[in-house]
Write a new protein. Sequence first.
Lengths: 245, 228
Amino acid sequence: MGGYGDVKLLRDDGLRLDGRKVDEMREVQVEAGILPAADGSAWVKHGLNVAVCAVYGPMEAHPRKIQRQDRAVIDVRYNMAPFSTSDRIRPGFNRRSREISKVTAEALESVVLVERYPRSKIRVEIEILAAEAGTRCVGITAAAVALADAGIPMRDMIVGVASGKIEDTVVLDLDKAEDNYGQADLPMGILPTTGEIAFLQMDGDLSVEEYNTCMEYNMKAAKEIHVLMIDALKRRYAEKNGGES
Amino acid sequence: MSGAKEGAELRLVTPGEAIGASTGVRAGTGTLIMGDNIIATKVGWVKEYNGVTSVDPIHSAYMPRSGDLVIGVVESVRNNLWFADVNGPFNGLLPMSLAPWKVEFGAAREQMDIGDVMLARVQEVDEAHNIVLTMKGVGLRRLKEGIMSEISMNHISRLRGEGDSILRSLKEVSDCRIIVAENGRVWVDGDADGIAFMRTVIDLVRNEGHKATFNASIEALIENRRNA
């Protein structure tokens, strides 16, 4: 079972092509509040993925038919820049971006206290500037930081992480080759403080044991990224001696 | 410093972070009780006051409450009412009956058109977040000149200072009329020099309003101008 023919994804010494161990994540960097025009914003670099997210609102929901009398709606627009991949992407909505926008919105709705803002809309714009597998997870992470930066009340900060399977081995955080030629991919949206899962998709097949290993890897990675997210938000505001309120 | 403990180590929290056990304390704004813990729902400073634990948010949207003084921008006009953007999630509605003028049905535009700015008070906010504004009251009027700018909600108290002290000094040294409305909008009118000074003040609030050094910086700015 090698996915696509004989692409070799694990080296003889057990490391992956880019030299990572099976449970090692790509490097992650997070910055909060990078866009002055937005109510809240974030920049996340995860490996070679770069995502920028802007949050606006809560504002009056238009058109009126999307308004909900008892809660706010979250309007997510996930978009990949035409230059984000090696093949140019035709600008604008497509089936894939529509799907990711929908699942991201549903994941965020489970953490944002939407009942505080009836009839309104929170606009979340996720722009992928560079893509290298796992952009939906990076988008979710960026959206969580941007929402926190915008002062939108949330139960927790959701973290997007993925694991998968290559050459019958479970690995954390697939890169482009592993995603394209691997056997399975399991992106998740995790609430790190409670360990709840707000979003889960699976592409390919995993046995129960493999799934459990993926979960374990994802939970561990989510906690690591969560520390970076908190750090980014605190770095933006905290003064050396603590600011006044 | 709005009720926070003087000299105490101020704690910055992020959404989902546990502030402490929920026994014996009440959950205030910006917090939520989950299980045995009080957790923060916003990024901000933890505040404990009279047995209530709350989070003073660093950023928050304006949520209108009745009685608030607001600066609104007219967004649309009907025959006998105006809709104004009050920097909140919903537009405020100003009916003819609460406007200071009596004009004929259909002639609302003659008094105030789209883009005009008004100083109004929130008369009522109902459970569906409909906002009704009033312009009947002392000082409430259409603002015809001057400049309007926006600052973050949590910087309003910083710009005003303890008992409006900073605002009073600013009015004095800039020789401008200044209104700091509850919805984060600031209106300034005076001569060009005074307005230019106020622009630098508002830039300072925007960039440094959340910092501990803010009070010192703004007092230095005021002192500089006073001596100039």
